[in-house]
Design a protein around this ligand. Sequence first.
Ligand SMILES: Nc1ncnc2c1ncn2[C@@H]1O[C@H](COP(=O)(O)OP(=O)(O)O)[C@@H](O)[C@H]1O
Ligand SMILES: CC(=O)OP(=O)(O)O
Ligand SMILES: [Mg+2]
Length: 397
Amino acid sequence: MSNGILVINAGSSSSKFSVYVMDGGLHFVTKGQVEGIGVGIQPHFSAVNAAGETIADELWPSFEVGKRHSSLLRLLIDWIEGHLGDATLKAVGHRVVHGGQKFAAPAIVTPEVVSELKGLVALAPLHQPHNIGPIETLHDMHPELPQVACFDTAFHTTKRLEASLLGLPRKYLDAGVRRYGFHGLSYEYIASKLAEVAPQVAKGRVVIAHLGSGASMCGIKDGRSVDSSMGFTAVDGLMMGTRTGALDPGVVLHMVQSEGMDGKALEKLLYKDSGLLGVSGGLSNDMRVLLASDDPNAREAVDLFVYRIVKEIGALACALGGIDALVFTAGIGEHSAEVRKRVIEQVKWLGITLDPVANQNNALCVSTSDSSVSAWAIPTDEELMIARHTQRLVFGV
Ligand SMILES: Nc1ncnc2c1ncn2[C@@H]1O[C@H](COP(=O)(O)OP(=O)(O)O)[C@@H](O)[C@H]1O
Ligand SMILES: CC(=O)OP(=O)(O)O
Ligand SMILES: [Mg+2]
């Protein structure tokens, strides 16, 4: 009988999961998500198997408010246990966005770890509570099941001090108001994949653009994080689907003093109403919709998205002391040949020559063989990274 590992990446309105079996290696079995967990909508459950075939696509009960997340998690565990073949669920790995200054590596969950993580809620209010919820529910359901917390921030603890500091009074820096960096599990996976497919490149100075609905960039040297576009929170850096990205702090003051906004209103503005959605005049936060639109606001939103990436490539190339390769990943980075083309056109002076056919085909390497700086489109796999960490911590392999 083999060991099953469940990976959970829980957000505010959806919970993604993946299941692996340890069978002479780590084998992917199924993945899926429960969407629409927010009150008022009926949750939707879907899953695919290793062949990519849909094996579930159904509405799940709404359950009473207050017990919704835990009841859905119970249903999910039952469903997974029914789809594990002769394997048994032996460990669970979680994506936890914030590990603060304490967690520089994944950690086995204990009551002390949970209370440390709760202390970090204020640093990631839109992610952290949803990451902690399933850990506590699973502990209630299966206290014997080992759980591992894998942090988005941990990969960035190799950054040099200046890349972590902010120009604030010392007391705030000492209290943890610093630049952390996120999407670390994605960057760690890309670094490991590069080491497989292009070992020489992996040893060099690489800028990675993780362009999903949350988007950030990271400069790595010899596989280690040197700096990242995200800082104290996941709203810094690039403009995203609905988040502003880096903003003149004077704008926040203006919104408070002239528009009368309070904390809640600001949070909504910065995280939910801005980015591609806001700049496109409310049209969409989906890059596919904007690229297909001839609305001038949609065009401006895409132009701004690309421009911010281009500027960040310059900043990270300076932090790295040069650039040997540029990698695109996550939803937009993996699938949008158009966005990659526009970015590369604006940084071709760095020595990157796009291979238009490879780019159109979403090939792994999208630059020509004589390009002095190579460009790549590599699908990320945060879940596999979490499964690997969980396997190592729980089973020692
Ligand atoms: N073919 C495509 N062209 C452009 N954008 C795409 C394409 N496929 C997916 N996307 C974008 O990818 C984004 C989601 O990326 P993903 O990495 O799955 O995000 P998250 O994990 O943060 O939910 C969507 O907002 C969508 O705009
Ligand atoms: C940190 C972050 O922005 O995560 P996500 O892309 O999942 O929103
Ligand atoms: Mg993501």
